[in-house]
Design a protein around this ligand. Structure first.
Ligand code: ATP
Length: 248
């Protein structure tokens, strides 16, 4: 669908088209469409912009990813449809592996996701291995790649589900999520939560990592120490409250 340049909701509609395109290509699941809708609603509430608190989370995420020994980027059908090139750029910058991990079991869709990323320029995309699993998780997301998430110390998992965030943490990994809903279990359970749209958060994360690359370890550690998870989530809720009570 052609969306006129002057349309006031152009960005949101273009993003929606990308997700719908993901479904048509067999990358995104129908459930992923519903999850996107929930995201859109929360984006409206936070004002469809990167808030100051999300910027602080992005800074902590950049520092944490730069200090990681084995960072891994977990990709699913939504993230691959929305920001494939950006995820590949992030993986190059950090020398981090890209690994497919989806909730609704489908080997076919895993391969579609992998091929879409390869087509967009990824050199390597790991798939979950049916003989390798992380503990404390029952869903399909327990299967991981032995060279990827299994070994990772920091996992970047944009658009996560709460169970898996919790399981990854119990498996002693640091988990960075991007979730527009500050009330979700993933947002609450993660080590660092970026309450922002993935389409805005990943480009900004890339920019911040490029700046932080010249910082030494002490400086990066300081940035991480300055991150206060509870406070960040509270600030996101405050932002929503502020927008809800605005006089129009
Ligand atoms: P949880 O299990 O963590 O309580 P959930 O059941 O909402 O959360 P899912 O349905 O797996 O989890 O994930 C969808 C989440 O992703 C929602 O919280 C939604 O707000 C968020 N989301 C959807 N689209 C985007 C997007 N483009 N950017 C950031 N977050 C998004």
């Amino acid at each position: 669908m052609k969306i006129p340049k002057s349309h006031p909701r152009r960005v949101s509609l273009t993003t929606r088209e990308k997700i719908a395109g993901g479904v048509k290509k067999g990358i995104t699941s129908l459930a992923g469409l519903a999850a996107h809708g929930r995201g859109e609603a929360f984006d409206y509430l936070i004002g469809e912009k990167t808030t100051k608190s999300a910027e602080k989370s992005i800074e902590a995420a950049a520092a944490s990813l730069l200090l990681a020994k084995n960072p891994v980027i977990s990709v699913n059908g939504n993230t691959t449809a929305l920001v494939p090139k950006e995820l590949i750029q992030l993986s190059r910058l950090l020398n981090a592996k890209l690994e497919v991990n989806i909730f609704h079991p489908s080997k076919h869709r895993e391969l579609k996701i992998k091929n879409h990323l390869l087509k967009n320029g990824a050199k390597e995309v790991l798939l979950p291995d049916k003989d390798t699993r992380i503990k404390y998780l029952e869903s399909n997301r327990k299967y991981v790649n032995p060279d990827g998430i299994l070994k990772a110390d920091v996992v970047f998992v944009p658009l996560e589900d709460g169970d898996r965030t919790e399981a990854l943490i119990k498996n002693k990994k640091k988990v960075i999520v991007v979730d527009l809903n500050p009330l979700s279990r993933s947002a609450r359970k993660a080590t660092i939560t970026i309450v922002d749209n993935i389409t805005r958060a990943v480009p900004l994360l890339i920019k911040t990592i490029k700046q932080y690359k010249r910082f030494n370890e002490i400086r990066l550690q300081k940035t991480i120490k300055g991150y206060n998870h509870k406070k960040i989530l509270k600030e996101a809720l405050k932002e929503i409250n502020k927008n809800l009570s605005k006089d129009k």
